[in-house]
Design a protein around this ligand. Structure first.
Ligand SMILES: [Fe+2]
Length: 381
């Protein structure tokens, strides 16, 4: 059984950011915009948002303290700002961190109790306020997912709060918003999108609907990631990446992901490695381990990434998928070894323990126990 539930109005196309004011005014006259300092200070996005909102007589409060990782105190402060401003709608503009921070602010600002309680598993008793997402990367797919991955900076525990009421009401997916992404961010966020497309396709939660999205996502990402990295002003490549990332996010929201994401969360909370870099790095190793459990699907992955599989056996074609992924992520500068980030064998114990508690890990096509996770991490060291 698979449920397709995506209550988000998804608006795509170059220039669709111009719809922000009209989208926001449906929900009220007071908006909180959540973003990071780079977006607020080094781009004109906030000024453009402000003009679009004031044209619809929506007043705007800007909260630009989003950090590289969505840490609990930043979300808690955002909830205070939303309540001080009596916000009726939250707008998250940026990468996954900004959108997840916005998602948690919108989802929790009306609820009793502390953010920490919800992060530790307290049930959500009610809805929040409407959320609009605008990705500026391609990407995490966070514009169309119902979970926010948040970190407790004291314990370094990274965990999702997930609820059907946390889907954005509107997602504005405008590839023009991604043009200013530097190559390193294009590489890391693009690797995340690639990984999410492949892992949702091979997940044990996959089904025909999520497969349709994941397959198109793989061909779009496979055909455009390297170009977007090398020539950031190539609008065609940027648009393909935005659509690929969006579709991978939709597929992931239905099918969930796999072992790479299960290991990426603990690694990302213990080491300052961008999420997408960890995903790109671990992906070929984890695919190599998983091949026997989903050989036909990995053979499809090879074909969708542009490998000529004519004349190959299914096993050979599946093996080529691992090669194709390794080549692609290497071409865009993703390191192939965890030691490049200071990870050592001695430090793997807690990473393995925490990986085993991640639900993503248990959606991997080939079952992963502690020794399997260790073997993959040792190979990736
Ligand atoms: Fe991811």
């Amino acid at each position: 059984m698979q449920t397709f539930y995506l209550p988000t109005q998804v608006i795509t196309g170059l220039g669709c950011f111009a719809q922000l004011g009209k989208a926001a005014v449906r929900y009220g006259q007071r908006a909180l915009l959540v973003c990071d300092k780079r977006l607020a200070q080094q781009t004109d996005v906030v000024q453009r948002a402000s003009a679009l909102l004031s044209a619809e007589e929506v007043t705007l409060t800007v909260y630009d303290d989003v950090a590289r990782e969505p840490e609990l105190p930043i979300v808690a402060e955002g909830i205070r700002r939303a309540n001080d401003a009596d916000a009726q709608v939250v707008i998250g503009i940026g990468g996954g961190s900004a959108m997840d921070t916005a998602k948690a602010i919108a989802g929790l600002c009306l609820l009793p109790g502390s953010l920490l309680e919800y992060h530790e598993g307290r049930k959500l008793e009610g809805p929040g306020i409407p959320l609009i997402t605008v990705p500026t990367t391609a990407g995490t797919g966070a514009e169309v997912t119902k979970n926010a991955v948040l970190i407790n900076p004291e314990t370094r525990v990274k965990r999702s709060i997930r609820d059907d009421r946390w889907f954005a009401r509107v997602a504005l997916v405008d590839a023009e918003m991604t043009l200013s992404m530097p190559p390193a961010v294009t590489a890391s966020t693009g690797s995340d999108a690639l990984c999410q497309a492949i892992e949702s396709y091979t997940s044990i939660g996959a089904g025909p609907l999520s497969d349709a999205l994941a397959m198109r996502a793989m061909s779009l990402i496979g055909g455009s990631l390297q170009t977007a990295y090398e020539r950031g002003d190539d609008l065609g490549a940027r648009e393909a990446m935005s659509m690929g990332s969006l579709m991978a996010g939709m597929a992931m929201a239905m099918a969930r992901v796999g072992g790479v994401h299960g290991m990426a969360h603990p690694l990302g909370s213990h080491y300052a490695i961008p999420h997408g870099v960890i995903c790109g790095l671990l992906l070929p190793y984890t695919m190599g381990y998983s091949l026997p459990a989903a050989t036909a699907k990995y053979a499809d992955v090879a074909r969708l990434l542009g490998v000529d599989t004519a004349g190959l056996t299914m096993e050979q074609a599946a093996g080529r998928a691992v090669e194709a992924v390794r080549n692609l992520v290497t071409c865009i500068g993703v390191p192939m070894h965890l030691r490049a980030f200071g990870v050592t064998e001695d430090a793997l114990g807690p990473i393995i323990d925490e990986s085993l508690t991640q639900s993503s890990l248990h959606h991997n096509p080939r079952k992963l126990g502690a020794e399997d996770v260790r073997a993959i991490l040792l190979a990736a060291l």
